[in-house]
Design a protein around this ligand. Structure first.
Ligand code: NAD
Length: 776
């Protein structure tokens, strides 16, 4: 039986556009501000011009940031409950305006009305409701933190209003004000939302919208009046933003691209898995950051599964997105359509086979049919690059370890979907696949209470849940790096050459003392400027060896937390047995109270030893019979640039939380007193710390910090240093988008309120959310 047309009525949406003269300015301080330049917003399904959209200039961005700054005080003065009332009102408004919002979104983006109506807008309302609650709870639940200030937010075009909600709701709940720039292809729903919020009583200046292309985005990112950039978009632009904000003191979260695996085991419910694939790659025409764009299917069922999938593809209906019976709408614009085409043509040239369902493609508008690409090798472009379209690359595997290897063979790590009726196997896969979200026997599940975000080049930070709220607060431990570098360490008066023999401390790599690759050493002076010894001059090769050794110690993170706790207690005990010797060394090199420093370092080790088996995850009950395990996982291999002062306590304060949760670390100790660190590795050697978990490289802190920052196998980097090093660390970290935390080393490291706590553990982990459905 043929489907008849079932179009949604678009008259009210079109009427709203024409009431604005089909020309939009920017929404600043609760009013429309004319734009001096405009560009077209086009309906991708018909290629008609819907409206002219303002291109923000630097003065428009200035005005928006100024309005947000002015609104900040009064917004915060409302208190949690006052802000909650506004967020609740926004949720209600979204529900009341759901129909027109869905239609505007479909007209502007080309996505099926069924999706905007039944998914996007419902999730938008849910997000505002959920965060209304957080507004009242944030001060109680996120103690010792405060709002960041004015937030600059930049969003993509694939879920225009949903991405706005994911950004705006937590930022406002946490007590910030916002300047948001929607994507140039899809500004209309954000502009409607701004006006709607105002009509619902949101105070002027709390939410400002400036529209425009990447240039407007750049103006916002670089504006000195904002305190944070929250970005969702492509990895390449994310990288550019990481570099542009380096050293600015602006907080940053990046939600970037992906190439997510969809893994089907032979024992899966194959028909359900076929429906899963349809949702994973053909929902929103595949223009989804977490799209399951790599199908990994177990060899023994591959033919059967692909046969079923092709049959299902034949019934997918492509056409007018306003038609309620349509499965796939239009691609957002001509450029994106060309990109998708060129990926598919490129796949064929690389030797893959492409198959498209025979269902008709409309003559008018920008459409691309659902496409299956087989005969794909893991190195093919179609298997490695994000296509951002309805194109599925298929590969097969034999064993579950091969599946893990292929799944993790990507620079991204946003999501994965695992299909098996064997719960043990599915959860084993969930623990081994490196991605921020894992869906077991389901896909594309989202909820405001559950964090969303990636590993590796899929970005850092989470949106949703308590993790997402933290991303909009400043903790009391987040001191900005100091402006000026501390004075160079005093150079010693060198005694006669002969006395130097055998006084050079080696580097510590992979559990062994090794000579530096350079063959050089540097003198270390005492307070009396006499030579106290020499340490190795580490270089890039030493860093490479240390990072490799740290990767070799991955068993530390996979092992039991109880085991890690025992080792850390033992470490504290062994440090205590050498307390006098280390205290003397500290006093001789820094002139400070070495005894106190060693005593606090021992307490700090005991403190984090206690945390090892207690820093755990939570479970969420998501709608629709899903349980979600939100588990903190170690970041991986971390670089630690220790503070200048407190050569033992500074090192222990960074190392202990990082290894307590399972990371392996490469430590660059204080340049002032590196002999304390080399004495400390003798304690490590006797404490059963797995070889490679802690590596210590002495030498020039700024140079070694740069090597760590540009190393693509370092996953996270903490830098307790001055502004110059911090800037370089942030800038150079853009290569693999490693997570960085730069902060002042000039704090009282003995004061537990300033120098230890959960915040360190939170920064040493990333949350993986594993969705598991239950019920028959
Ligand atoms: P894009 O990076 O080209 O653009 C995203 C936004 O950034 C737009 O608003 C754009 O105007 C702006 N922009 C462009 N250049 C800029 C610059 N130099 N400085 C500041 N802003 C700039 O991405 P897109 O094509 O709009 O969206 C698709 C990408 O977004 C995909 O890679 C997709 O995976 C990603 N995405 C990620 C998530 C997530 O949560 N991880 C969600 C949706 C989309």
């Amino acid at each position: 039986m043929e489907y008849g047309p079932a179009p949604e009525d678009a008259d009210r949406a079109r009427q709203w556009i024409s009431e604005q003269g089909a020309t939009f300015g920017h929404w600043i301080n609760g009013a429309w501000i004319d734009a001096s330049h405009h560009f077209e917003s086009v309906n991708p399904a018909t290629q008609e011009t819907l409206a002219m959209i303002g291109q923000a200039s630097s003065s428009d961005v200035d005005a928006a940031v100024a309005a947000a700054r002015q609104a900040l005080g009064p917004w915060q003065a409302l208190g949690g409950e006052g802000r909650a009332r506004h967020l609740y009102a926004l949720a209600r408004q979204v529900q009341k305006h759901a129909r027109i919002l869905s239609v505007i979104e479909t007209l502007d983006n080309g996505k099926p009305i069924r999706e905007t109506r039944d998914i996007d807008i419902l999730l938008v309302a849910r997000h505002f409701y959920h965060h209304a609650g957080w507004a009242t709870l944030v001060d109680e639940e996120l103690p010792n933190s405060e709002p960041l200030g004015v937030i600059g937010q930049i969003i993509p075009w694939n879920f225009p209003l949903l991405m706005l909600a994911w950004k705006v709701a937590p930022a406002l709940a946490a007590g910030n004000t916002v300047v948001l720039k929607p994507a140039e292809h899809t500004s209309l729903s954000a502009l409607y939302f701004a006006q709607m919020s105002h009509d619902a009583g949101l105070p002027p200046g709390v939410l400002n919208i400036v529209s425009g292309d990447g240039n407007a985005g750049r103006e916002l990112v670089e504006h000195s009046g904002i305190n944070k950039v929250a970005f969702t978009g492509s990895t390449s632009v994310g990288r550019e933003i990481r570099e542009a904000t380096a050293g600015s003191g602006k907080a940053l979260t990046l939600e970037l691209g992906g190439k997510s695996p969809f893994i089907v085991f032979a024992d899966a419910d194959l028909d359900s898995a076929v429906e899963g694939v349809v949702d994973a790659i053909w929902f929103n025409q595949g223009q989804v950051c977490c799209a399951g764009s790599r199908l990994l299917v177990q060899e023994s069922v591959a033919d059967d599964f692909l046969g079923r999938l092709k049959t299902r593809m034949q019934s997918l209906r492509l056409g007018d997105p306003l038609d309620k019976a349509i499965d796939m709408g239009a691609i957002v614009d001509r450029g994106q359509l060309e990109t998708i085409r060129s990926y598919v043509e490129g796949a064929a040239k690389e030797g893959a086979s492409c198959w498209q369902a025979g269902s008709g493609v409309p003559d008018q508008g920008w459409y691309f049919p659902p496409t299956l690409v087989t005969d794909v090798a893991p190195a093919h472009t179609i298997a490695t690059e994000e296509v951002f379209g309805p194109v599925l690359a298929v590969m097969t595997f034999r064993t579950h370890s091969e599946a893990i290897e292929i799944a993790n063979n990507t620079r991204y790590g946003l999501a994965a979907s695992v299909w098996s009726e064997n719960v043990n196997l599915a959860l084993e896969m969930a623990s081994k696949v490196k991605a921020g979200v894992i869906w077991v026997n389901c896909t594309n599940e989202f909820d405001a209470a559950v964090g969303f975000g990636g590993y590796r080049e899929s970005g850092f930070g989470r949106e949703g849940g308590i993790e997402g709220l933290w991303a909009y607060r400043r903790g009391s431990l987040d001191f900005q790096p100091d402006e000026n570098p501390p004075a160079d360490p005093a150079l010693p008066q060198r005694p006669a050459e002969g006395n130097l023999l055998d006084r050079t401390a080696k580097l510590y790599i992979g559990g062994r003392q090794v000579r530096p690759d350079s063959g050089y050493s540097r003198p270390v002076a005492g307070m009396d400027r006499s030579l106290k010894g020499e340490v190795g001059e580490g270089n890039r090769k030493d860093i490479r060896n240390a990072v490799e050794a740290a990767h070799g110690a991955a068993g530390w993170g996979r092992g039991s937390a109880h085991g890690r706790a025992q080792v850390m207690y033992f470490l504290a005990e062994n440090l205590e047995s050498r307390a006098d010797e280390l205290a003397k060394r500290i006093k001789e090199l820094t002139g400070t109270d070495g005894e106190q420093e060693v005593t606090v370092a021992i307490s700090r080790l005991l403190y984090y030893a206690g945390w090892c088996d207690k820093f755990e995850g939570v479970t969420h009950s998501a709608p629709g019979g899903r349980i979600v395990f939100a588990l903190p996982e170690p970041i991986g291999v971390m670089g630690l640039i220790c503070p200048h002062s407190h050569p033992l306590l500074g090192l222990v304060s960074l190392m202990a939380p990082a290894i307590a949760v399972g990371n392996a670390v490469v430590v660059i100790p204080s340049e002032n007193a590196p002999l304390v660190a080399t004495d400390f590795y003798q304690v490590l050697e006797t404490s059963d710390v797995l070889a490679g978990v802690v590596n210590i490289i002495t030498g020039s802190r700024p140079e070694l910090a740069k090597e760590l920052a540009r190393h693509d196998n370092v996953d996270g980097l903490w830098c307790a240093g001055h502004h110059e090093i911090a800037t370089e660390v942030e800038r150079l970290s853009s290569g693999n988008l490693k997570q960085t935390w730069v902060f002042s080393g000039e704090r009282d490291w003995c004061d537990a309120n300033l120098s230890q706590g959960r915040a360190f553990l939170r920064r040493a982990t990333q949350v993986k959310n594993i969705w598991v459905p239950y019920g028959e």
